[in-house]
Design a protein around this ligand. Structure first.
Ligand SMILES: [Zn+2]
Length: 118
C-alpha cells in the first residue's frame, strides 16, 4: 500500500512537472528582481551608500564560501541551513538580511572593522 502511494506521487510529479518547474522558475526570477529593486533603493544604515546589486553579489559569494567551508570541515554531513545574509555593503562591509514581505534589508551586523581613512 505504501509503495502504491509513492508510485502515485511519482507519476503525479512527472505529469505535473512541465507546469510546476516553469512556474517555480518564474516565481524565483520575480523574487530575485524584487530583491534587486529593493536593494537599488535601500541605503546602508552605517555609511548611507546605496546597497545595489553589487552588495547582493557580495553576499552570494560570502554565503557560498560559508557553505563550502562547512562542507569541507564536516564531509558527509547533510546541513539544513537558513540563509540570513542577503547583502553586504560594498563600502563599509555592514551585513544585511532581507525581509521579502516588506522588501527591506534589516542590518544583522555592523562593519567588522572600520577602514582606515586616506
Ligand atoms: Zn555601508
Amino acid at each position: 500500500m505504501r509503495q502504491a502511494g509513492l508510485l502515485l506521487m511519482i507519476v503525479a510529479f512527472v505529469f505535473a512537472s512541465p507546469v510546476l518547474i516553469p512556474v517555480a522558475m518564474v516565481l524565483h526570477t520575480r523574487d530575485q528582481r524584487r530583491m534587486e529593486a529593493a536593494a537599488g533603493k535601500a541605503r546602508c544604515k552605517h555609511c548611507g551608500a546605496i546597497l545595489g546589486t553589487a552588495s547582493l553579489r557580495r553576499a552570494d559569494a560570502a554565503w557560498a564560501a560559508h557553505v563550502a567551508a562547512l562542507r569541507h570541515d564536516r564531509p558527509g554531513i547533510r546541513f539544513r541551513l537558513v540563509r540570513r545574509l542577503w547583502a553586504i555593503c560594498v563600502t563599509c562591509d555592514a551585513e544585511y538580511g532581507y525581509d521579502a514581505a516588506l522588501g527591506v534589508f534589516p542590518r544583522i551586523r555592523e562593519p567588522r572593522a572600520s577602514r582606515p581613512t586616506v
